[in-house]
Write a protein that binds this ligand. Structure first.
Ligand code: DGL
Length: 258
């Protein structure tokens, strides 16, 4: 039985995973870190993303978590190996593996993701490891994270970005939302993928945790390395009324800003 789940992302996106876990396991206690001062991760060198993953996971480990969800696809692609090695015995859930697990029975798969996730090749590799032998089309969507973080949902800019980026994957049986920010754009994306099944890896992450089981009071402790008020405003779209505390980076370590 899990007592406290740690999660992290570059910003508010990982809260789409918090939301999915809450639906499946309302009693789960969670601690979340959004590294908003470094968003977007998707365009950064992998070595930098690994450094951030090191610092954040150490902070979360200090909060007595007993399960870790890498609520960020590009961090899952880059840091999963490191995290599994560093926290032996702790369940570590990767968005990439979860996404790939949702594609059984599909003849073709599309992946909408950040540039880093696409470049890493992690989705084609995970799909192949899961036994998938069909065609995989990947599309990098650099505008999507700024649309979510910048509250541009529902704008003409958002619709146009969705139209453009969905073209390449529109024929796929299943399209994976390969970035945790994208579930917030689901309606806008769906308009341009009328025939595809849309897979959100967060659902699989929640299912895996449900299998292990979690007990607690349904508490959520949230932290941001960016502007607290801005974070709370955007994060409320995923988790209404969310309150956050601020963290600061000091020589590769995260400290609470009291
Ligand atoms: N939400 C993250 C992901 O799932 C990262 C987005 C970004 O910061 O580029 O990949």
């Amino acid at each position: 039985m899990i007592k406290k789940i740690g999660l992290y992302d570059s910003g508010v996106g990982g809260l789409s995973v918090v939301r999915a876990i809450r639906r499946a396991l309302p009693g789960a206690d969670m601690v979340y870190t959004g590294d908003t001062c470094h968003v977007p991760y998707g365009e950064k060198p992998f070595s930098e993303i690994l450094e951030y993953s090191r610092g954040i996971s150490a902070f979360l480990a200090g909060k007595d978590i007993d399960a870790l969800v890498i609520a960020c696809n590009v961090s899952s692609a880059v840091a999963c190996g490191y995290l599994l090695e560093t926290y032996p015995g702790m369940p570590v859930i990767s968005m990439i593996e979860c996404g790939a697990a949702l594609c059984g029975g599909s003849g073709s798969v599309g992946v909408l993701a950040t540039e880093g996730t696409v470049k890493s090749g992690a989705y084609p590799a995970a799909l192949s490891a899961a036994g998938f032998r069909g065609a995989v089309a990947q599309e990098a969507c650099p505008e999507f994270v700024p649309i979510v973080e910048g509250n541009l949902l529902g704008t003409a800019f958002c619709r146009e970005a969705c139209r453009r980026h969905c073209q390449k994957v529109a024929g796929a049986d299943t399209v994976i939302l390969g970035c945790t920010h994208y579930p917030l754009m689901l309606e806008a994306i769906r308009e341009f993928l009328p025939k595809s099944r849309i897979a959100d890896p967060a659902e699989e992450a929640a299912r895996r945790l449900l299998e292990i089981g979690a007990e607690g009071g349904g508490r959520l402790e949230a932290y941001t390395t960016g502007d607290r008020e801005q974070f709370e405003k955007t994060a409320s779209l995923f988790v209404p009324g969310i309150k956050a505390r601020r963290l600061v980076w000091k020589e590769g370590r995260l400290e609470e800003d009291n």
